[in-house]
Structures are given as C-alpha cells and as structure tokens.
Design a protein around this ligand. Structure first.
Ligand code: AHR
Length: 555
C-alpha cells in the first residue's frame, strides 16, 4: 500500500574522542571543511526550527495539554515541563491542529465554555494502527473532547514564545468558516461579534495570526483532490480574506515527497490560467511533506511492509534511514526549480512542514500514543542533517515543522501522565538554535565516502556534511559524521575571516541505539569543550555517529 493510498483510506565519545589542536600537531586530516564567509546564501529564517502538533494519539492530550485541574504541574492547563524546555530551544513557530485532523476540524467546536464544547469523532479513529481495542471506548484519542481549542493553543504559543501556524479545513468546511476563524483570531478588540466572543473567552486583544495552511495533503486525506481542483479551492480560500492588519501568509498544500506533477499542475493553474488577475501577495509558502520510512533496501514501496523498527536495527538500516533523509535536499532543489518556471521571482517559498522518520508500530511509550515511536541516536543524526539541509537552502525554505513535537513520530519529548523526558532530538534543536536568524554562508566539505552492503551490493553515503552561519562575530558550524564506525580528522578552514576562539558541543553515544525512556534517561547529554585555534586552520576530530556544533568567535 502506498502512503498516499494509506491516507486516502483511512558527548564526548568515550571521553577522549573529541579533541582539537593546532594543525602542526594533529593527526593527518582525512577530511576538509571550507567555510566561505564571503559567500552568503541567505538569512536562516528562525521559522525553519518550527514544530508540529496534531490532535493525534498522545500529542495534544497527555503531551501538551494536561488540563487546568490536573495534579501534573501545568500553566493554565499546559504541561509546565514542556513549556520550560521549549523556551531553551527557542521554538519559533508551531503548526496546529493537523495534519489530516485539520480537514475534519471545526474551530467553533473548540471555543467557549468547556462544558458546552461538543465531543466529536477524531479523524484517526479508524486508523489501523490506532489499536482501538486497547483504549477505553470514549478515549480522547478517538472522540475529540475539544478541551484544547484555539484559545488554549494560543496560550501554549505565548507560553512557549512561538508564533501560531494554523491549518484550515478545506475538505469539509466552506471558505466562509475559514474567514470566520481569521476573524476570531485577528479582528480588532471590540470590533466584531467574534472579537467580543474572543474577549469573553479570555483574549480582548487579537492574536494576530500570520501563518495559515490552506488544507493539508489535499492530494490525500485532505480531499483526494486533483491539483487543478485544489488550485481552484486555494483561490477561493485565499482571495479577499480580511487581513485586519496582519500580514497574512498562506501556505498551499504541496506535494508528497517529490511529486512534481502535483506542483507543476497547481502552479500552472494558479499562475497561468488567469494572467489578468494577480496571484495573492499573501501566497507565502508551498508545503512539502517527507517521511523517511522505507527501510526495505529497495525491495518494496509498500507503506506497511517497507517500514523498519525504531530500535531494532543493524548498520544497513542505519544508513538506509539516512539515504531516505538525503532525499530532502533533492526535493528542495527540484521543487524550487519547478516553482520558478511559473513564479519567476520566487515569491513563494518552500515550507517543509512535516518531516522525520516513520517506523512500524511497536515502540510507543503508551498504547494511547498513536504513531508514537522511540527516538535514538540514529534519529538525532537524521534530524541534524535535515536541519543542515534547510540551512544550506536558506533562500528557498521559508519555514519548516518537525513531525511531531511530543509522543509521536520524530519527537523531542515523551510525556505520559506525570512522567516527562527529552529525546536526543531535543538536544539537536538546542544545539542548532544558534543558526536561527543568522546569515547562512557556504560550507563545502570533502571526506571519504562511506560504503555499506545493501543486499549484496555496495551502497554509498557521504562522509561528512554540515552547514554554517554567521551572526555578528560568531560563526556557527554544525557538522554530522554519519559513519557508524569511523572518526573523521578534519581540517576546518575559514575563508574571509579569522577565528579567535572556539568551542565544540558534541552529541554522540557509544551505543548507536541509545535512547531515553520515561524511566531511564540513558542518552548522554551533549558535551561542550573549548577548542584551541591556530590560523588559518582548526583541526577537529569528529567522533563516529555524531552531531557537532562548532561555535567560532571571529576576530
Ligand atoms: O504526522 C502524521 C500525519 O502524517 C499527518 O496527519 C499527515 O499530514 C501526514 O500524512
């Protein structure tokens, strides 16, 4: 079964590996990274570091929302530990309420007095992985209580310091309902009936929501539309929407993976069918969803049988996941080129608002956590190099959202009842936060290629890659060494600036399968150490299976 069809139906290693010395004393370098400070790529939008939360399994209920009367420490119903951790990674933007859920959601159900809010069927009720029998008949995972709605979401955003990114229902509600949601969120205090309703619900001032997704996966769970049908709907939903002074930014439902047919036909319709009309200046982004799921080594494209396990993997599976993740760069390149043949000035940016690994069920921390899966060192490496891809394409990618923040696919946190733990991905976002808002500059790496056996045939994988950005006199260079066994002795060369001091933060583990559970925080925290600098080259040993951030002060 194809994914599209599925949706239609239903540290320091060993304490000694990290070191840095003047070039004259280092072991001979096998790798080289050149940072070209005079070759800017673009500003890295902080919004590349966004997250996604959906009414799915344990993401909202149990993950984000515990309720105001809960004994679990909370701030106005939002899990307190989550908020505290999110502040340390500077989460810039968060996408809600879906995902597929968005196209079955009526925002009006989730506002007003709690006791009067209706219970509704959750989109994911019939999902084959939902493990229906294990849950109580009226579990919130199946019958949405609407306890967490627009006002609670805005509270969460404010607590976390993030901007909201709302996904509108295009499949099952008319455009007027979308207009009204914008009105509820953005109309000035005291102006409309909805502004008064919002005030009665706790917020006199408008929420000034800028980012709006126009449906989700409209080629699948968002309506099974053709690109032409979706383009017509997109036009209706985005024309003449009152802005209330907010600089609205609409995100179109783009392709699954690298579906160029979807993109070409949509853009053709939007940009060429009515040359007399202007394309909405608020058409900000074109979403891309990419999951790294097929670990079958090329044997099948079947969505169910092609998946691997989150924890039970061998070295081939290790590289196969990365092979899938590498596609993100090609997708960005190809989609950008396709969009450019219609949108010549590239007004519309790419929005990668769902990405991460997707394994077969079996490692969720609780049966209510639909699509819950473990997060190991392997996933942290995948996440890190995906963020590096975004940084390297900073002029093309305007926003991104990791799927999903808590208790789901590529989570940063696991939470169940009063237990809470970070995953290795949390550390990656913490390390990479330094790139937010910085100027991306070119960084070219060369390192011995990795080879591994893929069903009797040799397969290849790059040896060392990363991204670089400059903010004032600080250069941040993040680098992934994906090798399961080889350290890399690298010469890091700066062109166009001199380093005065540097520190290195390294995330790795002696165990490729290292991960945390609610009971055992076994994954080692990243370790930071200073690096001695000698001009014009920094020598650095990148441990095997590691993510490194070099923070270099420029003189
Ligand atoms: O992230 C889980 C689901 O994957 C989302 O709801 C959907 O958009 C995608 O197919």
């Amino acid at each position: 079964m194809q994914r599209r069809h599925f949706l239609k139906s239903g540290a320091l290693a060993g304490g000694a590996l990290l070191f840095a010395k003047g070039l004259g004393f280092a072991a001979p370098a096998d790798s080289r990274i050149e940072v070209l400070l005079d070759e800017p790529i673009g500003t890295i939008s902080p919004n590349l570091y966004g997250q996604f939360i959906e009414h799915l399994g344990g993401v909202i209920y149990d993950g984000v929302w515990v309720g105001e009367r809960s004994k679990i420490p909370n701030v106005g119903g939002v899990r307190k530990q989550l908020v505290e951790k999110l502040r340390t990674i500077q989460m810039p933007v968060v996408r809600w309420p879906g995902g597929c859920f968005a196209d079955s959601y009526d925002w009006r159900d989730g506002v007003g007095e709690l006791s009067k809010r209706p219970a509704r069927t959750n989109f994911w009720l019939d999902n084959p992985d939902a493990n229906w029998k294990q849950l109580a008949g009226n579990a919130v995972q199946h019958y949405e209580s609407n306890a967490f709605g627009t006002d609670e979401f805005m509270r969460f955003c404010r607590l976390a310091g993030a901007q909201p990114y709302l996904a509108a229902n295009l499949r099952s509600l008319p455009a007027l309902n979308f207009d009204r949601w914008v009105e509820y969120c953005n109309s000035p205090a005291g102006s409309t009936s909805l502004a008064q309703q919002r005030a009665a619900n706790g917020s006199r001032d408008p929420y000034d929501v800028r980012f709006w997704g126009i449906g989700n996966e409209s080629w699948g769970c968002g309506g099974d539309l053709t690109p032409e049908q979706y383009a017509s709907e997109f036009r209706r939903f985005t024309s003449w929407v009152p802005s209330y002074g907010a600089n609205l930014a609409f995100v179109g439902s783009g392709p699954s993976d690298n579906d160029l047919d979807w993109t070409n036909r949509f853009f053709e319709h939007i940009f060429r069918d009515r040359p007399d009309t202007d394309v909405s200046p608020n058409f900000f982004g074109w979403s891309v969803h990419h999951y790294s799921w097929n670990l079958s080594r090329g044997r099948t494209q079947d969505w169910q049988t092609g998946k691997g396990d989150a924890l039970n993997f061998d070295v081939t599976d290790w590289y196969e996941l990365f092979r899938q993740g590498n596609d993100v760069e090609q997708i960005i390149t190809d989609q950008w080129e396709a969009m450019g043949s219609y949108d010549k000035d590239h007004r519309v940016k790419l929005v990668v608002d769902e990405y991460g690994p997707w394994y077969r069920p079996g490692t969720a921390l609780d049966p209510t956590h639909l699509f819950g899966q473990q997060v190991s060192l392997r996933d942290a490496i995948l996440t890190a190099f995906t963020l590096d891809i975004f940084n390297r394409n900073a002029e093309k990618v305007g926003m991104a959202a990791n799927a999903q923040l808590v208790n789901c696919l590529n989570s940063l946190f696991f939470a169940h009842e009063d237990k809470f733990v970070v995953t290795p991905n949390f550390y990656v976002f913490q390390m990479y936060a330094a790139h937010q808002g910085a100027q991306a500059v070119r960084a070219e790496s060369s390192a011995p290629e990795i080879t591994y056996m893929r069903d009797g045939k040799t397969a290849r994988m790059w040896g060392l890659r990363g991204s670089a950005s400059r903010k004032g006199n600080v250069l941040t260079l993040t680098v992934v060494n994906p090798s399961a066994d080889a350290t890399r002795e690298a010469a890091v060369v700066l062109r166009g600036a001199r380093a005065s001091s540097a520190t290195a933060t390294v995330l790795t583990s002696s165990d490729l399968h290292a991960h945390n559970t609610l009971e055992n925080q076994a994954f080692p925290e990243p370790k930071t150490a200073s690096v001695s600098v000698s001009q014009p080259v920094l020598s650095f040993t990148f441990p095997r299976a590691s993510v490194t951030k070099l923070r270099i002060e420029l003189s």
